[in-house]
Design a binder for this molecule. Structure first.
Ligand code: GMT
Length: 386
């Protein structure tokens, strides 16, 4: 199939999922056209089977806010027409589903019918999408998509609860490349970071408030206070970094905490990790937790959103109530001080990650593409005949 994939390019969930999906679809023989306002972080320049198209937005003195959604729709029209797209798959509803709806209507006027699939990821439903300034348009655009997927059962439920949507939402969970994200021997790296064989606690995020990075530091300091000799590696960057740095100075644990910044090869850090912390205040899936689990790292997370669908309490790690740092620290100490328990949870974490095997989940997308395309074709033939 000729498939258009639209996403945000930044580090972070939906862009990563869209890009990994594009790569696997290309590997499976599809012809992929990716559309974004910048090259997606995980998309290499010479990726076989994928052509990258950039949305260009012309500014004009009248535009305090350049109309990105319109530029995107126009570029979608170009792709559908000149690249002969069979289907357009947009990731994150806002404004991608709206631009896609507009592009589809323009193409319909020209006698071409292209199915639109929207994948809901996170704050497009749980936060910004339901803001009164966007809600009506988001609701309408999702409902007008020909197929809608959500990355977890939780997100599907949230969508129905907060939007008046008649569409059937298919849950297709996020997935993981098990060959890339697996524990590998990084003893030189471990030795450099932990010369005294300290335990390694890791957190990976974009350091937005919702990720609760200061809580990660608090939990870690409590683990150390309880007598565990450990180091904390923080991967990523964002608004809460300075706050977390100051907190380390205040508590006096700077020598135990390393801020590694944004990294491409997260799996190298995860390979030396003994524990992963993700105390987020909102998380529809928690791709970062899945990446850790795939590298055989037990996870301690908050018990919110889609996290319980990924991290299984008492098996792959532990879940604690939101903001319960005592609970997270106690479980941290428990895992890090009991080798047998750690080994069992590490093995379980990898087995659980196997359930999200990239090849299997991408197959679900391909089947959904076929199903939605057929449904749209059948409906349009019926309405033409009557
Ligand atoms: O919605 C966001 O805040 C960012 C979002 C994204 O689209 O980059 O992340 C969401 O999508 C990821 C991929 O599906 C999920 O793994 C994350 O849990 C989810 N983030 C939130 O719900 C905060």
């Amino acid at each position: 199939m000729n498939i258009g994939i639209v996403c945000y390019p930044t580090f972070g969930g939906s862009g990563v999922v869209a890009t990994e999906l594009a790569k696997t679809l290309a590997k499976n023989g599809h012809n992929i056209h990716m559309l974004s306002y910048a090259r997606p972080a995980r998309l290499d320049t010479l990726e076989t089977g994928i052509t990258y198209h950039e949305v260009s937005i012309n500014s004009y003195p009248l535009f305090d806010y350049p109309p990105y959604a319109l530029a995107l729709a126009s570029q979608m029209v170009n792709l559908i027409e000149y690249e002969d797209l069979d289907l357009l798959h947009v990731h994150y509803a806002l404004p991608h589903a709206t631009s896609a709806y507009l592009a589809k209507q323009i193409m319909r006027e020209r006698g071409i019918l292209v199915p639109i699939i929207t994948t809901l990821h996170g704050t497009d439903i749980t936060l910004v999408g339901r803001d009164p300034s966007y809600k009506h348009v988001v609701e309408f655009s999702i409902d007008k998509s020909d197929g809608v997927t959500a990355v977890s059962e939780y997100l599907k439920k949230e969508t129905y609860e907060h939007f008046d949507i008649q569409q059937d939402i298919r849950v297709i969970p996020n997935f993981i490349d098990l060959d890339r994200f697996k524990k590998s021997n990084k003893s030189h790296f471990k030795k450099a970071i932990c010369p005294n064989d300290e335990k390694v606690v890791v957190h990976v995020s974009n350091f937005r408030k919702v990720k609760r990075v200061p809580e990660v530091v608090t939990v870690f300091s409590k683990i150390v206070e309880a007598g565990i000799d450990a180091k904390l590696l923080l991967v990523g960057d964002g608004p809460d970094r300075q706050k977390a740095e100051q907190q380390c100075r205040d508590i006096g644990i700077c020598d135990k905490v390393r801020f590694l910044g944004k990294l491409e090869e997260v799996e190298e850090v995860l390979s030396i990790a003994d524990l992963f912390l993700i105390p987020s205040g909102s998380e529809t899936f928690g791709l970062a937790a899945l990446e850790a689990m795939s590298c055989s790292v037990p996870v301690i997370s908050s018990n919110i959103g889609g996290l319980p669908e990924v991290n299984i309490h008492g098996q792959t790690g532990y879940l604690c109530d939101l903001d319960d740092v005592e609970c997270m620290a106690n479980y941290g100490v428990k895992i890090l001080s009991d080798e047998k328990l750690h080994k069992k949870m590490a093995d379980n974490a990898r087995s659980q990650a196997v359930r999200f095997n990239q090849d299997e989940i991408v197959k679900q997308y391909e089947e959904f593409y076929e199903e939605v395309s057929k449904r749209l074709k059948d409906t349009s033939e019926t309405s033409t005949a009557s």
